[in-house]
Design a protein around this ligand. Sequence first.
Ligand code: AKG
Ligand code: FE2
Length: 321
Amino acid sequence: MTVSGGRTGPDSPCPAAVHTVTPAERCLPVSLRHVLEGELVIIKGGLHRGGATEAIRRETLTVVARALPALDPQRVGTSLERLHHHADIAQIAAIRTDLETALRPLSETVLHDVARALAPQDAPLYLGGHLGIRVMPPLQSIERGSEPPALEGFLTPRDAHVDSWFNTAVNSVNLWMAVGRVRRGNGLVFYPAAYGRNLSRDSHHTLTSGQHTGPPADIELDAGDILLFAGDHLHASQPNTTDETRFAITKRLCLGPPHYPRHASGWVPYQDPRLLGTALEPLASIRSRLTAGGVKDLLRTRRLRRADRTSSHGVRRRASG
Ligand SMILES: O=C(O)CCC(=O)C(=O)O
Ligand SMILES: [Fe+2]
């Protein structure tokens, strides 16, 4: 693991507080309270537990083979990092979308496994429904103007932001799992000096310029490492200037019941895993639903359903009339 900073601006390199832990058989010695206080934690090889890294890569290769039937599987081999040599940006976008379905069960299993190994903490854990499949090809392999819109942070880089500006709880911890290796030039950067500060953003939910954030720190990971960070750490994708496609998966959990910011643009549920597999399972996400964000989301969904029904009625009437 390497942490370095000072890529831009006049600030001197900022040593991010990074703590590396090696997982023991059943337990991960990590304080999520410290993570929420700003510590960045790398669980070395955390995704290798139960063979998850290999299983994810295998499943991904199956999806790639299905999406690119003309491609000789030998040519991709096991090297997902070379995906951009075989597929253009539209094909990579389609593969990424397919992976959202193909990798969902495995990612859930990993989240539950990591959460079990992290317990006990000083508050119960709530597990997020979010799944981020982040496949980022080198920028130079993307023809200008051909990037699919609305995939910032998932296919193309996302500028500096904190996660609760989107749909995440303010007390959520991001499990950023490196499926392939992450190097300087294709990973994430953090602005540790900005943590906990009141930051302003634009309508695109990214940081407005001119605010003091201190120097960025970037982090290198080996395939299979899991980086834990507070979602409200200011962070950004590094535009991929390497010659490798970078692949990470994100899941999230909360320490204690989720708290949503008032001005979030969306909402995701978090489940109480203690209720899963019991008669109370239907109530597992109640703590997140009975919040202002959850109620707003319910009303929004109802409105959309009603609008959908009205327009399909209209279509039927028009069609039959
Ligand atoms: O992987 C990336 O480049 C963006 C990740 C991110 O913003 C997140 O996981 O919250
Ligand atoms: Fe983020």
